[in-house]
Design a binder for this molecule. Structure first.
Ligand code: AQP
Length: 333
């Protein structure tokens, strides 16, 4: 008998400005392993409400469609995965509430992403930003997920999801599969171009810190040309030189070559050539994605239909898990 495939679940917020960190750290890996897993990918729009929801309200639905088109353009084949929008299934928010009641606040106080996103204004940050990891746990646990493919910045949240699942299972009896994080060794943390000690991020104010997935070729070339490096000369995979290391990592992921071959290729060359070659590799990767994206955006009804089918496919799973969790907590028989 064929073995059941492991189920993976992951998602991205429709908050605009998607960048090559989101692509190389997440989406591209999802596409590469479509045949290996039973795949569920979500557009986590409820998470996008955690910061300045009043600013986002007017554009949120448009950003959700854009992200769906981008998922498809990057190669997420709807025949091989379920693609859907989080808010289309009320089960996510309901389970999040139930899980929040078994999650000690001390666990949330340790979450570093809240500290960095809330910054100095913790008292002003929304409760949603604080409890975001519990909603993420609900997203994952609803589908009895085995593995969660994410970038390194989400590792702590997946560990928390495991803790919440184990605690719930201990308190109420076996209910949830305890998921594993699935974090690749290379590309799990693409760094900002202007400050390679910080991760590349959608919300950084400096546009030159990231290559956006919609950047035109000349913009990509300009951003790469300005990337921070160092005052040395050799082009080597040396983690103590984060700027060059980051550029080489991007090149490694896009070229598929070994580190030794890449170092040999750049032997005797300067940073200007390194930056130019990384830029061209990015242009070659992103141009076809952009073309497919614009073609899909011309057919929004098709994109909506795919999201509808995705929601219909995953709904029975979400309903079954929520029903069990409600019964375990005494909310229904
Ligand atoms: N720099 C990165 N390198 C590798 N992977 C990354 N991811 C994000 N940044 C990098 C991965 O992308 C997925 C989507 O993340 P998200 O939209 O849920 O938000 P995030 O993790 O908060 O990503 P951003 O883009 O950096 O947004 P802001 O600026 O809001 O913090 C996740 O799998 C993430 O690991």
């Amino acid at each position: 008998m064929a073995e059941r495939k492991q189920r993976v679940f992951s998602g991205i917020q429709p908050s605009g400005n998607l960048h090559i960190g989101n692509y190389l750290g997440a989406i591209r890996n999802w596409v590469a392993s479509l045949d290996e897993y039973d795949n569920i990918f979500c557009i986590v729009d409820l998470h996008a409400l955690t910061v300045e929801p009043e600013e986002r309200a007017a554009e949120l639905r448009g950003l959700t469609t854009q992200l769906a088109a981008l998922y498809l353009a990057c190669g997420l084949d709807p025949n091989k995965c379920a693609l859907f929008v989080q808010s289309h299934l009320h089960e996510h928010a309901e389970l999040a509430w139930m899980l929040s009641c078994v999650t000690p606040t001390g666990w949330l106080n340790r979450m570093t992403q809240f500290k960095s996103k809330a910054g100095e204004h913790k008292e002003q940050a929304s409760t949603g930003l604080y409890t975001y990891p519990v909603l993420m746990a609900a997203d994952i646990l609803l589908y009895q997920t085995d593995a969660v493919p994410v970038g390194d910045d989400q590792r702590q949240h997946v560990e928390l999801t495991r803790d919440i699942a184990e605690r719930f299972n201990y308190l109420f009896g076996p209910t949830f599969t305890v998921p594993q994080p699935l974090i690749r060794e290379v590309g799990a943390r693409i760094m900002a171009l202007d400050d390679p000690t910080e991760k590349m991020s959608k919300s950084a104010p400096n546009e030159f810190s990231r290559v956006a997935l919609f950047d035109l070729p000349d913009v990509i070339r300009k951003k790469l040309a300005r990337a921070t490096t160092d005052s040395e000369r050799s082009i080597r995979f040396d983690e103590s030189r984060p700027g060059v290391y980051n550029l080489l990592t991007i090149y490694e992921l896009l070229s598929g070559q070994t580190r030794a071959a890449i170092e040999a290729h750049f032997e005797g060359k300067g940073y200007r050539e390194l930056k130019a070659e990384v830029a061209e590799a990015l242009v070659a990767e992103l141009e076809p994605i952009q073309q497919r994206y614009y073609a899909l955006m011309a057919e929004p009804a098709r994109v909506q239909a795919i999201l509808g089918e995705g929601a219909a496919r995953v709904r029975p799973l979400a309903q079954a898990t929520l029903r069990t969790a409600m019964s375990r907590m005494g909310l229904r028989s």
